[in-house]
Design a protein. Structure first.
Length: 115
């Protein structure tokens, strides 16, 4: 391949070329909000969208197992509230062992969710 003797801008590499097109439907309010934010940032709306997409963090949905663990955790929290009421009415000595066992179960579930 011959080099162009005229000079000018060097050609872009294959990784720098923008070839793919994305069509997105959105409400008019969202569209104008995007255009306004891009204008405020001094970018075209396409550059703004590319930057937002590359820097954003999307959280994964919870798995069925994680949802089950969260339901168990909510149930244990309800039990802990009942134990707190019982401790306030009947005395703290009687409920201490139950609270300790429940706290250990809750800690185990939290560790499983964090994995």
């Amino acid at each position: 391949m011959k080099k162009n003797p005229k000079g000018g801008r060097p050609p872009k590499s294959a990784s720098e070329k923008l070839k793919e097109r994305l069509t997105v439907k959105m409400a008019a309010a969202d569209y104008y909000a995007l255009r306004g934010k891009a204008r405020a940032a001094g970018l075209t709306w396409a550059e703004y969208a590319r930057t937002a997409l590359s820097r954003s963090v999307v959280r994964q949905r919870l798995t069925a197992e994680q949802m089950t663990l969260l339901r168990q955790l909510a149930g244990m929290a309800n039990n802990l509230n009942q134990l707190a009421r019982k401790a306030n009415s009947a005395g703290y000595v009687q409920a201490a062992a139950e609270c300790t066992a429940l706290i250990e179960k809750i800690d185990t579930l939290i560790d499983q969710i964090n994995e």
